[in-house]
Design a protein around this ligand. Structure first.
Ligand code: NAD
Length: 476
């Protein structure tokens, strides 16, 4: 069985405790992972604090920090296929997707490498003739970056990149489900030459490792991606030390299709929007809100496309939908689908697990029109599309906003004025018009409501890892 290690204070170590990681394509354990206990967390945080306050990193210029980040980006690009294979093996995410996403990961590191020496302070035109006042931007401090199991390399990059550009140090906690790619990524951090303690990478369970990290008095900021329930625990824990938080949480994103849309293009976007990553994506377009006049026609197009999807082993290039990451996730999905059907929803396609071993579930479409279906309300994190229909913009908006979440929304129409009107009123952090799931290091990403607060991506994310110091100088 392959063994992975923690990376604490520049050293690779086994950790006192270990646990097994399961291959979701077979349901069989394939690797042994270290499990961080409170003591390991404390050592990692202390190492990050030492690196922040003294030694090579604390003294390094912003340009030199940027050079290290460029080196890290190059190493990620050079090891892209090995990292993608590990992510596929440990999480079941298909190789096509892990390979494509790793290219983005390198792009994000490059973007923040370039930003490192562009985070500027300011001079203030103060109303006192004998004073000069200026603002310095300083790193916020030791950062705890906590990521979920889906897209771990990507979700860590959007935290590590801006935090390092700002001069912070970090403890990155990989999810206990599928931590292999991030633990392996630590080898690239080491090779890039970051001073010991600047980036520490550990994994462990939420109840001990996560709680110890978020309660730690030396952690100044917690950058979290995961579920809203976990976020509540984290915010409660962070209150003890009043650490700041940025929260990237779940979603139940509406995908609105008007009758005037290019239906073929909307259908392709909807299929990718819900079934990519086997639906295990925070921005999954899981609620189709389609104009009533084209509902039947659009469902027929989607049904044909969903039934043509190749389900299979995640490491095969032909596979389009792989297994879910965990057995418990599939059990939850089966349960919610059957509750929805019991509540009156109509199964269009899918709805069950194929016979193969592994945590597979067929791409599923459920017509929930006119009923309150649990599938249309719960974030399922699986390949399940719930269909609702509307007549008129007002009803489309009411359905779109009928959720406590607010991460992303898709809008398909040829009518530009309508697109503007709708965008103004949709409550979500991202609106994609006639496209879906587009991302870029330059564009901020984040939610409204229970999808969290704070933004990742763009300059604003780097500024979130800084705090300002106001300096007054008496000149006479
Ligand atoms: P999760 O909330 O169960 O776990 C996320 C991380 O938090 C894991 O590393 C876990 O160990 C840790 N954790 C658990 N309990 C903790 C505690 N008490 N204190 C500190 N840390 C703790 O999420 P998951 O099931 O791994 O991932 C799925 C969720 O993540 C979904 O809700 C999804 O929408 C969300 N997500 C959001 C985004 C986004 O950018 N908005 C992206 C991807 C996933």
């Amino acid at each position: 069985m392959r063994k992975f290690q923690h990376y604490i204070d520049g050293v690779f170590e086994d950790g006192e405790a270990r646990f097994e990681s399961i291959d979701p394509a077979t349901g069989i354990a394939w690797a042994e992972m270290p499990e961080a206990k409170s003591r390991d967390v404390d050592r990692a945080v202390s190492a990050a604090e030492r690196a922040l306050t003294s030694g090579a990193w604390a003294a390094m210029t912003a340009t030199a920090r940027g050079k290290l980040l460029y080196r890290l980006a190059d190493l990620v690009a050079a090891h892209a296929s090995a990292l993608a294979e590990l992510e596929t093996r440990d999480t079941g995410k298909i190789i096509r997707e892990t390979s494509a996403q790793i290219a983005y990961v390198a792009d994000y590191y490059r973007y923040y490498a370039g930003l490192a020496d562009k985070i500027e302070g300011a001079s203030l035109p103060i109303d006192k003739p004998d004073m000069e006042v200026w603002l310095k931007r300083e790193p916020v401090g030791v950062v705890a970056a906590i990521v979920p199991w889906n897209s771990q390399l990507f979700l860590a990059a959007v935290k590590i990149g801006p935090a390092l550009a700002a001069g912070c140090t970090l403890i990155v906690k990989a999810s206990e489900d599928g931590p292999a790619p991030l633990l392996e990524f630590a080898r690239l951090v080491h090779e890039a030459g970051f001073p010991a303690g600047v980036i520490n990478i550990i994994t462990g369970f939420g109840a001990e490792c996560g709680a110890a990290l978020t309660r730690h008095p030396k952690v100044a900021h917690i950058a979290f991606t995961g579920g809203p329930g976990t976020a509540r625990h984290i915010v409660r824990n962070s209150a003890e030390n009043l650490a700041s938080t940025s929260l990237e949480l779940g979603g139940k994103s509406p995908f609105i299709v008007f009758a005037d849309a290019d239906l073929e293009s909307a259908a392709n976007a909807q299929i990718a929007g819900i079934f990519a990553a086997t639906g295990q994506s925070c921005v999954a377009g899981s609620r189709l809100i389609v104009e009533a006049s084209i509902k039947d026609k659009f469902i027929e197009i989607l049904k044909a496309k969903a039934e043509a999807i190749q389900i299979g082993a995640p490491d095969r290039m032909e596979t389009e939908v792989g297994p879910l990451c965990t057995f418990r996730q599939r059990t939850l999905i089966e349960q919610v689908v059957s509750e929805s059907i019991a509540a009156g929803a109509r199964l269009v396609t899918g709805g069950s697990a194929p016979d193969e071993a592994g945590y597979y579930f067929r791409p599923t479409i459920i017509d929930c029109d006119g009923i309150r279906s649990p599938s249309a309300e719960t974030e399922l994190f699986g390949p399940v599309l719930s269909v609702l229909s509307f007549t008129g913009e007002e009803e489309a908006l009411a359905l779109a906003n009928d959720t406590p979440f607010g991460l992303a929304a898709g809008l398909f129409t040829q009518n530009l004025a309508r697109a503007h009107r709708m965008t103004r009123q949709i409550r979500s952090g991202i609106v994609w018009i006639n496209t879906y799931r587009a991302v870029s290091p330059i564009a901020p990403f984040g939610g409204y409501g229970q999808s969290g607060h704070g933004r990742e991506g763009g300059m604003a994310a780097a500024l979130d890892f800084t705090r300002t110091k106001t300096v007054w100088l008496r000149t006479s």
